[in-house]
Design a protein around this ligand. Structure first.
Ligand code: GLC
Length: 425
């Protein structure tokens, strides 16, 4: 009897694990890897070089795509870099503003298979993602600087009119639909669709098409008048938190100056990324971290190193984002310029410091109870704890208030990494 009960339990547990896998939801405090790669990488300057440097379309298209030879591209390596960071999905630029298509489309000749690269890199990436157990989503730019009929005066990021241009929005919408249809029919399950640059034209049929082709897909709100009907918002770099009841995915790049590959790029610090990632994941959002591969198809060493370092930190603190809820009532008043977020799973609390930690010990008021154990997730070391009265919580003539005091944090050593502490009750 006892044995049967044990088995029954085991079966339930197995089913639960399986269901959880099937129920994978994109928004669950996850990290994703953004990839900005296109023929603009040939310029090694910025993904919007055509527009920002006032080049002509004819000149750009003569110099960039014909020299795009990604002979060293290996899709499994992209997946490995994502995994090294602890990312669970990849969002890939299928078409950026320059209109160059990274798949073997039938809608235009301006595509990767017509360059010296000659390969459908999206097909290879989709297969590598499936092999590696990483979900795939697509970024798609609404502005299209290649297309002679795409000009949209209601939108930003438009190329000045080029010789022979004849704007025709209905024709462009049909073109976009054909491209969306290819991308969402031919490359397996796609977890998200990232429209870029809102068109300010209301076309609910665009999101309807995306959802019809990929039921369950998540769509961001930079689309065709979909601000209120999309699934998620995508605040960018240091943009303020985009609140509301939608899902949030913040995006930022390893490089400071460009999303696409840039030769003399400035790279952000480990402290910057871990603190930013934590500030989103700990408050319920996702975070998308971008790399810009080189024209030869390899990811720059600096970006790879950043991803691996982020991944080593993620592996140590990830439990503080899994299956947790927020406990703002336990944060209290925070002093010394610190910011604190608390997540909890059952009787375990996680204290996050997304703006850094400014001392080697701290009072965790309003928490009054002594945990069984306090662990600094960054190092795995146990921290010493007491419940005590503090000078600031003791007033002459009244009984002192006592609170949890945690000590022995190697704050200076961790100045360049977001600190997370686990309190076990
Ligand atoms: C902005 C930029 C674009 C970039 C995107 C990433 O919209 O214009 O180049 O791809 O942000 O979110």
């Amino acid at each position: 009897m006892k044995r049967l009960m044990f088995l029954a339990l085991a079966v339930t547990a197995a089913t639960t694990v399986f269901a959880a896998e099937n129920d994978w939801k994109m928004f669950d405090r996850r990290l994703g890897m953004f990839i900005h790669w296109g023929c603009y990488s040939v310029g090694e300057w910025h993904c919007q070089e055509l527009w920002r440097r006032n080049l002509s379309r004819a000149d750009y298209e003569k110099r960039f795509a014909p020299n795009f030879n990604a002979a060293k591209f290996n899709a499994d390596e992209f997946v490995a870099v994502a995994k090294s960071a602890g990312a669970e999905y990849i969002v890939f630029t299928s078409k950026h503003h320059d209109g160059f298509c990274m798949w073997d489309t039938k809608t235009t000749d301006y595509k990767i298979t017509n360059t010296p690269t000659k390969r459908d890199v999206i097909k290879e990436l989709a297969e590598a993602c499936r092999r590696g157990g990483i979900r795939l989503g697509f970024y798609y730019s609404n502005p299209d600087w290649h297309c002679s009929f795409s000009n949209n005066p209601k939108s930003s990021h438009q190329l000045p009119m080029q010789p022979g241009d004849k704007p025709d929005m209905e024709k462009y919408i049909a073109y976009v639909k054909a491209q969306v249809t290819e991308l969402l029919s031919n490359y397996g399950d796609i977890c998200c669709w990232f429209w870029d640059i809102p068109t300010n034209i209301d076309r609910p049929e665009m999101d309807e098409l995306v959802r019809r082709l990929q039921p369950g897909i998540m769509i961001n709100d930079r689309g065709w008048g979909n601000k209120k009907t999309a699934d998620y918002s995508t605040p960018e770099r240091d943009y303020a938190w985009a609140g509301g009841n939608k899902y949030i995915e913040c995006c930022d790049a390893t490089g400071v100056q460009s999303w696409g590959y840039r030769r003399n790029e400035d790279y952000h610090t480990h402290g910057y990324f871990t603190r930013n990632i934590d500030s989103y994941l700990a408050t319920g959002a996702n975070y998308l971290l971008n790399v810009g591969p080189k024209p030869d198809g390899t990811i720059p060493d600096e970006a790879k190193a950043i991803m691996a370092k982020v991944g080593s930190w993620m592996a140590r603190v990830r439990e503080s984002y899994r299956g947790v809820e927020n406990a703002p009532e336990l944060v209290g008043k925070v002093t010394h310029g610190e910011k604190r977020t608390i997540t909890r799973r059952g009787k375990t609390l996680y204290v996050h410091f997304p703006k850094g930690i400014e001392a080697d010990g701290l009072s965790l008021a309003p928490i009054k109870d002594l945990p069984k154990k306090a662990v600094l997730l960054n190092t795995g070391r146990e921290l010493s704890c007491e419940v005590t009265d503090f000078p600031w919580s003791s007033k002459p003539g009244s009984a002192a208030e006592t609170y949890l005091h945690v000590r022995g944090i190697p704050a200076d050593d961790l100045a360049n990494e977001c600190v997370v502490i686990r309190l076990e009750y």
